[in-house]
Write a protein that binds this ligand. Structure first.
Ligand SMILES: [Mg+2]
Length: 218
């Protein structure tokens, strides 16, 4: 029987330093160069423009939009490459991927845009059969029920054979649960309790192994 395991990206497979650096350092630096102002001033200006748009709007996530908006003539690809050394894949993520890859179809379900996804998990992309981006694929800023329904349709499994893990209590747990997905909250800080809460992806791996060996005994 085909079973699918889905991972969130930011905060789950990788930390958030890469994306943060691009938004909070990279763009302000380009802005500083172009308009010949102090970096500190550029940071303030750029961040206040981000705030005006806000994270509920698709433009917030769209790096091409911001490059145009600030009139910065620099290649997005080159900008992202400049921060490549900030990319950090969590060691427990690698362990989980290695431990699960032979038994399950692995996918990524993220709200990050393709431009970021491609470089951020480019080094581990071979683990995944599909990579879904709610912003790039569906124009959806958050992973809503419709996003998970599309994912299920695409991978062609019933929700009971689909597992998702991520670090947001609403968009990685409550929402997927609504469509019947087995959703686990990754809580690296230890803020939540519950049987569908894991502290790292090693613990998630152990739960899935337990299910598999459990089934074998029957
Ligand atoms: Mg996340």
């Amino acid at each position: 029987m085909k079973e699918v395991i889905s991972f969130d990206m930011d905060g789950t497979l990788t930390d958030k330093k890469f994306a943060d650096s691009v938004w909070r350092d990279g763009i302000p630096r380009l802005y500083k160069e172009k308009y010949e102002i102090e970096l500190e001033e550029a940071v303030k200006l750029v961040e206040s423009e981000y705030e005006k748009v806000g994270e509920d709007n698709i433009e917030w996530y769209d790096i091409n939009y911001w490059m145009k908006y600030f009139d910065l003539d620099f290649s997005v690809e080159d900008l992202l490459k400049m921060y490549e050394d900030k990319i950090k894949i969590f060691p427990d993520a690698l362990e989980a991927l290695d431990g699960l890859k032979d038994r399950y179809t692995l996918v990524v379900s993220t709200n990050a845009m393709r431009e970021f996804v491609d470089i951020q998990i480019g080094g581990i992309k071979d683990y995944f059969t599909y990579i879904f981006s709610s912003t790039s694929d569906l124009g959806m800023v958050k992973k809503e029920t419709k996003f998970y329904m599309e994912v299920l349709k695409e991978v062609k499994v019933e929700p009971e054979n689909f597992y998702h893990v991520g670090d947001h209590s609403i968009f990685d747990q409550e929402v997927p649960k609504k469509v019947g997905i087995n959703a686990y909250l990754l809580d690296r800080e230890g803020d939540y309790e519950g049987d569908h809460v894991v502290r790292d992806l090693r613990e998630f791996l152990e739960i899935l192994k337990g299910m598999y060996y459990g089934n074998c005994d029957e």
